[in-house]
Design a protein around this ligand. Structure first.
Ligand code: SF4
Length: 242
């Protein structure tokens, strides 16, 4: 995103939200921009979180990590089958998360796959993440590629959310489990409601998977027009591929 547009956003975002999450692309590829953005968020009393693949933290020294994280509330490090091959092993992932722990809160964004429902793997993995000091585990259902049938495993989610107050699921998982079906939900999901997405071109959509852009930001204060956008209700997720 044009840096003038990007860095001008917090001043106006504060009028419509209290939280911003920076994510994919990879925020650690632009540390100076993230640091400046997070500083502005702090100035305007906005929570700023980051989602990252975490790979660069392995090379950064403490000083650089500290600078990057100084004004962040939470850094969430993604963990999924596609990325796992870039870590030497689970310990390297956990040790990298530990490097961050002196600074903001640290979360794991855990993408669900069918292996996690075998032999209690999801429970074992979540236990280990919390044992190692992570502050939050955020379980995500795959979008745009096939995910497992989670309904027969509802008990995993019940157990983990009862045991760990900081075990969360994404909106799609929540809708599936809550309504016990994959579509025709009685109540719509959060598309365009509690959350909206802004991409690198300043295009605004109802969630980060949607290419149905409702608005294009030309200057930072255009963000205020979001309040006038009419996002349709979605009673199923078009990004489920199963
Ligand atoms: S449409 Fe978007 S907000 Fe709704 S469940 Fe799907 S990914 Fe989530």
């Amino acid at each position: 995103m044009d840096s003038e547009l990007f860095l001008g956003l917090p001043r106006h975002l504060k009028d419509i939200t209290d939280q911003v999450a920076l994510g994919g692309g990879e925020p650690t590829l632009h540390p100076d921009l993230v640091e400046e953005f997070a500083q502005k968020c702090k100035d305007y009393d906005l929570i700023c979180n980051v989602t990252t693949n975490g790979f660069l933290f392995r090379e950064w020294n403490n000083e650089k990590i500290e600078r990057f994280c100084e004004n962040l509330t939470m850094a969430s490090v993604s963990l999924d089958k596609a990325k796992v091959k870039n870590w030497k092993d689970g310990n390297e992932y956990l040790n990298t998360c530990k490097k961050l722990q002196k600074h903001p809160l640290v979360g794991c964004n855990l993408l669900i796959d069918k292996d996690l429902f075998e032999n209690g793997n999801l429970i074992r993995m979540t236990d280990r993440l919390f044992e190692k000091g992570l502050d939050r585990v955020f379980s995500l259902y795959p979008k745009n590629f096939p995910g497992p049938d989670i309904l027969p495993h509802k008990n995993y989610y019940l157990y983990l959310s009862t045991r760990y107050p900081d075990f969360y699921v994404d909106d799609l998982t929540y809708k599936i489990l809550d309504e016990e079906k994959y579509k025709d939900w009685s109540r719509p999901c959060h598309y365009g409601k509690d959350i909206v997405s802004i991409n690198e071109k300043g295009q605004v959509s109802g969630c980060s998977f949607s290419k149905d852009y409702k608005l294009k930001l030309k200057e930072p204060k255009d963000i205020l027009k979001i309040e006038d956008v009419d996002f349709e209700d979605r009673h199923t997720c078009p990004y489920i591929a199963r």
